[in-house]
Design a protein around this ligand. Structure first.
Ligand code: DGL
Length: 260
């Protein structure tokens, strides 16, 4: 099955990375909106326009399902895209439910971009899970820019994260949720900063499981890697330097996989 993955940039590769491993027999198209990244600090109207363009492109590629591998785009646009198109559209959800299931009645720090944090969708999720007194929200929008320039564990990244988290009594939290797919590249630096008991959780497995459920795909373990085409805002990536850049992100995700 041909499946479209979409993100503002390379954050969604973290979801694709997981899908590639358990759905190796499928065909993937990855659309990174590199002309417009970052989304998280733009207006919802602008993001909706970008998502609309990306969907038109993916539909024209005759994909059978679309994974919106971007919490920000999901928050702003997934509902409207579902009204417009009938194919399965799978969005991201910050792993707050996973955190509360693992650690009932414990505080959770949900990190995301500014749009996601201020959006209605996350408020609805918190309400649905009765987590008003347990979930704290924190925007870490600058991580998106660090990730895009492959600055993963520099002193500047560590200083930024330490500064953003310094006002939290981290001992009180059970977990930190990565509510932006770009944040998966920073698990090692976060691990250095967080107390050992604070678990780092993401929504990638949940999203891929939802894709499997909605499309009746069979997960499998196979030797071969799936076929993938990468597009930057609709342009097929063929340049070897760009393909090497994408490969570097995927290798980074291999390293981050074992960190919780
Ligand atoms: N990767 C995206 C997310 O999951 C958005 C990052 C951005 O473009 O600001 O929210």
């Amino acid at each position: 099955m041909k499946i479209g993955f979409f993100d503002s940039g390379i954050g969604g590769l973290s979801v694709l990375h997981h899908a590639m491993k358990i759905l190796p027999q499928e065909e993937f198209i990855f659309f990174a909106d590199e002309d417009n990244v970052p989304y998280g600090t733009k207006s919802p109207e602008e993001v909706l326009r970008f998502v609309d363009e990306a969907f038109k492109f993916l539909i024209a590629q005759e994909v059978s399902a679309i994974v919106v591998a971007c919490n920000t785009a999901t928050s702003v646009a997934v509902r409207k895209m579902r009204e417009k198109y009938s194919l399965p559209i799978i969005g991201m959800e910050p792993a707050l439910k996973v955190a509360l299931d693992l650690f009932p009645n414990r505080k959770v720090l949900v990190t995301a971009t500014a749009i996601t944090i201020t959006g209605e969708k996350i408020r609805r999720l918190i309400k649905k899970l009765h987590a008003e007194n347990l979930a704290e929200l924190k925007a870490l929008s600058q991580l998106v820019e660090f990730a895009e320039r492959q600055e993963f564990n520099s002193a500047a990244v560590e200083e930024y994260l330490r500064g953003e988290l310094e006002n939290y009594d981290l001992e009180k939290f059970s977990s930190l949720v990565l509510g932006c797919t770009h944040f998966n590249y920073f698990k090692d630096t976060l691990r250095k900063i967080l107390p050992p008991h604070v678990k780092i959780l993401d929504g990638n497995a949940g999203t891929v499981n939802e894709l499997i459920r909605r499309t009746n795909l069979q997960s499998a373990r196979a030797e071969n890697l799936p076929s993938i085409k990468f597009f930057y805002s609709g342009r097929l990536v063929t340049d070897s330097a760009e393909l090497a850049r994408l490969e570097k992100f995927l290798r980074r995700l291999d390293e981050m996989e074992a960190i919780f």
